[in-house]
Design a protein around this ligand. Structure first.
Ligand code: SF4
Length: 641
């Protein structure tokens, strides 16, 4: 089907679907290039609906970077909502790009963004809708190369069968190298196998077909075998030494999206060391952007888009070294423009309230804090040590400065958690509400968002079992009974969704068959409660002959080999093991800006750090050549360990 056919057929189906604005493109700042004149065509795909995908900063960055090249183009595609999928299948419309409405099968490279695991069946569905074989092994030279990146791919194994190559880590530089490589491969007229082997030589690229998995007799993972000399072992994540200037060319959607704002990343990485937090472990080291660069980017992006909200993004905003200076600069520069400024992930301290004041946040509707656990014992186990007194003092500061609602985020299911620790969540929320009542009376409100802990790969808690569905239910019931009454609200998530997240994030290669069967029987949009079908997943496990609890409820011996260990975040397993054992003793670590714990980042990235001295990174400087354990191969060379 041609792009013209798709245009014609869409005209017929769009009037009959919800929010047709999701499917038409043509927004302000989209980039449309001459299809015939461009050598490398990349489709960037967010395997969920447009409303979510348009707020994905990673894809916006890649879209901008690729389209800056004269020899490449990037266009976008999203998962159609089920009503549109039905209409597309009935009208024989393949999944297409929004910019030029070319079928995805006509692109050279498909790049999937996978920030979370519950999108996996949508990847299969997108490939199927595009008419592209689902299994990488069945794709010939005529099909695009299918690449995936994003935080979920730090354990790529459950999706190994469907993806040709994974990008592990940060994409800004590696995408350029992939396009350069593709160009030279295309001009030489090589075969697909040659392209895959060359991709595997790029630092940060994992080509799963070049490896084979092996298991012990008891079903646990044994080791991964390299099948080709081009395949590095381990595959190190990719990072940029210095954050490049922020993207400012944001597309302005016609329909309401999750975040209608300009997102600017002020800092990448986190040094706090919360033991449940995968993002904090995999995004090390901390790199910051200068205040002037952030403010200039905001100015430019506002002029290009007309958005009325900006988001200053990072994993822990209060830890950005120049946060007060930034807040004051933003406030001074944009005063009178009635901009809403969001500064997520603030620490529990009154300084956070000062910061929001400095930003002149006029909405004062809700202030969010994430203690994650309600007792000091639990907060020490998870390495988020903050005293209850400090939390209550911060709550008082928030209520007295004009906010009426405090949102508190907790997790249940942390290691060694008892029902008393769960009850403490309700007690703490009531104590915060009581402080609010004293200060602002009946207007005070507390909303508790309670999610469930998932023992994520590459974290100090990767050895820990996940709570069973029954245990999660009983903890949630306790909270539902205790957190009732005026001024209190409780949000929780479905325990079955926690099981799915655990299976998919901790799975080995055998999970690919489960994903395939679940998709075949109708699993789609698994992160949407109205579409999630737990029964389909249990049935898929049974058909494949795998036991779901093997992945969720089994405590791992400390020396177990994990199926994701050949993917290296550069944070050593030795460090994670020690941190896990420390957690069992209730021992905490300070922020590693105060004291470096030699997690492994510096030996791996010694050259990058040495060449970028000063406060570009928040790790200690590297001067001596002796600190280097191994040389990192530049792009295009193989790392052999
Ligand atoms: S190398 Fe040291 S300072 Fe850098 S992230 Fe690791 S522990 Fe923190």
């Amino acid at each position: 089907m041609t792009s013209e056919d798709i245009h014609r057929n869409l005209d017929r189906v769009l009037p009959g679907v919800q929010k047709p604005g999701r499917y038409i493109g043509g927004e302000l700042n989209q980039v449309v290039k001459d299809w015939e004149k461009i050598a490398v065509k990349v489709a960037l795909i967010f395997p969920d609906i447009y409303d979510l995908g348009m707020s994905n900063l990673g894809l916006a960055i890649l879209y901008d970077l690729i389209n800056q090249r004269p020899d490449a183009l990037a266009e976008r595609a999203y998962s159609p909502w089920p009503d549109m999928e039905t209409a597309m299948r009935q009208a024989d419309i393949p999944l297409y790009s929004l910019e030029t409405r070319h079928p995805l099968a006509q692109f050279d490279i498909l790049g999937f963004s996978l920030p979370y695991e519950a999108q996996y069946t949508n990847v299969l569905n997108a490939l199927d809708l595009a008419g592209i074989p689902l299994f990488a092994s069945e794709r010939t030279e005529n099909y695009p190369i299918v690449i995936a990146g994003g935080h979920a791919t730090y354990n790529p194994e459950p999706m190994h069968a469907f993806i040709d190559a994974f990008v592990i880590g940060e994409g800004e530089e590696v995408i350029q190298e992939i396009i350069d490589l593709y160009l030279s491969w295309k001009s030489r007229g090589g075969d697909r196998g040659e392209l895959l082997r060359s991709l595997a030589r790029i630092w940060g690229v994992y080509v799963p077909s070049l490896y084979k998995d092996h298991y012990e007799a008891d079903g646990t993972f044994a080791y991964i075998e390299r099948l080709d000399d081009s395949a590095p072992l381990p595959v190190f994540k990719r990072i940029v030494a210095k954050l490049p200037p922020p993207t400012t060319n944001f597309i302005v959607p016609y329909v309401d999206t999750v975040h209608n704002r300009i997102p600017v990343e002020i800092m990448r990485g986190c040094t706090r060391g919360c033991r449940f937090c995968q993002a904090g472990m995999i995004t090390r080291p901390v790199r910051e952007r200068p205040v002037e660069e952030i403010v200039a980017a905001l100015e430019e992006a506002l002029a290009k888009t007309g958005f009325e909200e900006i988001g200053l993004l990072s994993l822990s905003s209060s830890d950005y070294t120049h946060i007060l200076e930034l807040a004051q600069a933003v406030s001074a520069r944009f005063t009178g423009r009635h901009l809403a400024v969001s500064l997520p992930s603030l620490r529990i301290e009154s300084f956070s309230v000062d910061l929001m004041d400095a930003l002149k946040d006029t909405r004062r509707s809700g202030f969010t804090l994430a203690p994650e656990a309600a007792t000091e014992r639990m907060r020490e186990i998870i390495n988020k040590p903050v005293s209850t007194r400090q939390l209550l003092e911060t709550a008082c500061a928030i209520f007295s400065r004009g906010w009426s609602t405090i949102k508190l985020y907790f997790m249940i299911g942390h290691p060694s958690e008892t029902l008393d620790d769960v009850q403490a969540i309700a007690d703490l929320c009531r104590a915060v509400l009581a402080e609010g009542r004293k200060l602002i009376g009946g207007r005070a409100q507390v909303t508790a968002g309670v999610s469930t802990f998932v023992p994520k790969p590459h974290t100090p808690f990767q050895w820990v079992p996940c709570d069973t569905v029954e245990t999660i239910h009983s903890k949630q019931e306790l909270l539902k009974k205790s957190l009732r009454g005026k001024g209190l609200k409780l949000n929780w998530n479905n325990p079955a969704e926690t099981m799915l997240e655990t299976w998919l994030s901790r799975g080995d290669r055998r999970m690919a068959e489960v994903i395939y069967r679940a998709w075949r029987s109708g699993a789609r949009f698994d992160s949407w409660s109205e579409h999630f079908r737990y029964d389909l997943w249990l049935d898929a496990f049974a058909r494949v002959g795998l036991e779901p609890t093997f992945y969720t409820h089994r405590e791992r011996p400390i020396d177990e080999t994990f199926p994701w260990e050949h993917i290296s975040t550069s944070v050593h397993k030795k460090f994670l093991t020690e941190d896990y054992l420390w957690s069992l003793q209730g021992k905490t670590r300070v922020d590693c800006r105060e004291r470096c714990f030699a997690c492994g980042i510096l030996p791996t990235f010694a050259d990058l750090r040495r060449n970028n001295p000063g406060d570009v990174w928040q790790c200690p400087e590297v001067k001596s050549k002796r600190l280097r354990i191994r040389d990192l191969a530049p792009a295009g060379e193989i790392i052999q360990v």
